[in-house]
Ligand binder design. Structure first.
Ligand code: SF4
Length: 346
């Protein structure tokens, strides 16, 4: 097996927090707390979790748009966590972001052709007007748009067309890793599937590696080879997508899957149950397992001892003292007695 393209080890990102405007920062918000994972070449890793769980901060750290506080990020074997802005410049094109709101990331005064030409000119990737025009037409066709779109302004495009331009601009730099942060959450449901299919097709055609961030488990299922679940800055489960959706190991993953309607015909009739309780503040995370204040199977040890992310075989990792098929069945029995709910997330 080839070495991973991205390896994240013990990554941390904290933000200082002032408790009042008159005081200096006295607390820390631990947005990403000791997270480790790897992404193989050509793989799509989906990262999910509720709003505020740290997934977007983690994505920004990997893309080096945010400086990590601690830990390591290896990109193709090279440590990039501590590179300066100048040192990062030559390798920036390898990691490109697709943002949630393409309108805010596209200059409204520039035509699509100019936006793409600027991307191509970076690091002298394609020089000469004629060669750039040909590449712009090729990029537009690659994202399913006619080359005539080069003459349009962003405001003359629909949301889906703008996101296609955002993707074309990312592709212009011939990246090896795409970090897509909620790329379809601002789009109408009818357009979401088109953009997801486009990302999936491009990933296959170009052999791209992708880190895909979303709060929407249905969206993540559509594109991901593996799924990572974050809760209060921690990675609590990591698993191949099929296994994850069939039978997640972590109680939070199960609660997350049970809280949303999934589009699968097999899931029809499954009751949707919101996750109980509110997510605690990341400034004052609970001791022990961070999910213990909301977990339906918490035991005394859970509030005392933090469970490590443990290997459960077949590429499955979970951070829970009771993560096992036995615990999974027991909880399912207790929390979802109706037969239609027994096969969670399927
Ligand atoms: Fe629930 Fe305990 Fe597992 Fe945490 S460690 S998820 S509280 S059972």
């Amino acid at each position: 097996m080839s070495a991973p393209l991205v390896t994240v080890k013990n990554l941390k990102k904290t933000f200082p927090v002032r408790e009042s405007v008159f005081r200096r920062a006295t607390r820390e918000l631990r947005a990403v707390d000791d997270v480790s994972f790897a992404v193989s070449r050509g793989e799509t890793l989906g990262l999910v979790g509720e709003s505020g769980c740290g997934k977007s901060t983690l994505a920004r750290c990997v893309a080096r748009l945010t400086e990590p506080s601690d830990g390591s990020i290896l990109f193709d074997g090279q440590e990039i966590a501590r590179l300066s802005t100048r040192e990062l410049r030559p390798m920036r094109r390898n990691i490109q972001l697709v943002f949630q709101d393409p309108m805010s990331s596209l200059n409204p005064r520039k035509r699509v052709g100019t936006i793409l030409r600027e991307a191509l000119s970076i690091q002298g990737l394609v020089s000469g007007r004629a060669r750039q025009d040909a590449r712009i037409a090729e990029l537009l066709e690659q994202v399913g748009l006619s080359p005539t779109f080069a003459g349009r302004l962003p405001r003359e495009l629909s949301g889906g067309q703008r996101q296609r331009i955002g993707i074309a601009r990312a592709l212009a730099l011939e990246p090896r890793l795409i970090v897509a942060d909620e790329p379809v959450s601002a789009l109408d449901v009818s357009v979401q599937a088109q953009i997801l299919n486009l990302l999936k097709d491009l990933q296959e055609q170009l052999g791209l590696t992708m880190l895909f961030i979303s709060h929407d488990l249905g969206v993540v299922r559509h594109v991901s080879d593996r799924v990572g679940v974050m809760y209060l800055g921690k990675l609590v489960e990591l698993a191949p997508a099929d296994a994850f959706y069939e039978a997640p190991l972590h109680p939070y993953s199960r609660a997350l899957l049970a809280s949303v309607p999934l589009p699968d015909p097999a899931a029809r009739g499954r009751a949707v149950r919101p996750i109980e309780g509110d997510m605690p503040s990341p400034i004052y995370p609970p001791a022990g397992c961070r999910f213990h204040t909301r977990c339906p199977i918490a035991q005394e040890i859970c509030s005392r001892t933090e469970p490590p992310l443990t290997d459960h075989g077949n590429g499955r990792l979970a951070a829970c003292h009771f993560a096992s098929p036995f615990a999974s069945a027991r909880e399912t029995e207790r929390a979802a007695p109706q037969p239609s709910q027994a096969k969670m997330g399927d």
